[in-house]
Design a protein around this ligand. Sequence first.
Ligand code: ZN
Length: 256
Amino acid sequence: MVNFAHIINDENQKEIVRGRELTDRDRISKEYFCPNENCETKLALNIKSNGENYFSASYDDFDHIKYCWAKSKYANQVILPPKDKNINDFLNSLSKSESRKSEKSKSEKNDMDDNVTHRRMSTLKDIFYYCKSHNKENNFGDTKIKYMFLDSRTKNMYTKFIYEGTKVVIGDSILPFNPKDEMFKIKYNNKFYFKINFINSSVFNKCYKKLNLKGRNLKDVNVMVLGDWKRSGNNTLVTCIKNSKQFLDISSFISD
Ligand SMILES: [Zn+2]
C-alpha cells in the first residue's frame, strides 16, 4: 500500500504528503489523490496504531488505473525521475569517470538528501524501484522500460538478440571469476552473457566490495549493471564501467 499521496494545497498546487505525518483528524479534513499523475484516483487515508499510515483506493468507483505503479509492492520506494532532465543525461551522469574530489562532496550531499522527503532520483537503486514498480510497457524518459531495463519480465523478449546501447541489466548469476582479472561476467536468461570490464583497479575494487560474497554462492548473486553495451560475439555484450555507481548488488532487496 502506498504511504504517500498528493493533496491540493491552499495555493491550488499539488503537494505530496506522507501518511506517517498525518493523524486521524486528517482523514476527513482533506482529499487525497494517487501520486501517479496518470491515475490521480481519490484515495482514503488509513490510520494505523503503529504510525505506518497508508492510502488505499477504497472509495466506490475510485480505482487505480490498470498497472498503476502506486499499487506495486515497490511503490513506497519510488522517486520520480527529474522532469527537467533528459533521462539519458541522467544515466550518463551515473557513468561519468570518478574524480576523487567531486566524488566525496557528491556522496556527502547524497547522504543529506536521504533525509529529505522529496529527494531527487540519483542512484541505480532509484532506477530499480522506478522500473520495478512500473509496467515494462511504461516509459522511463523517452524509452520503454522493457528496452532499457532487462530483468525477469523481459526474458521472453530476449531469446535471440539484444540490441546494443545504454541499458540496465539484472543478471541471474555471476560466473566464477578471479578478482585478479578485474572483470565479471553475468548471465542473463541462460542465453546471454554480459561482460563487465572496469576502467581501473580503483573502480573494480569499489564494485568488488559491494559484493558481499560471505556464505553466498555466486550463482545466487543478483547484480544490476548500467552500461553502454556493445556486442562481442553472438551471445555476449560487453561494457566498461567508469564509475562504481553503475554497479549494485541487489540480492538483498529483489524479491521476484
Ligand atoms: Zn493510482
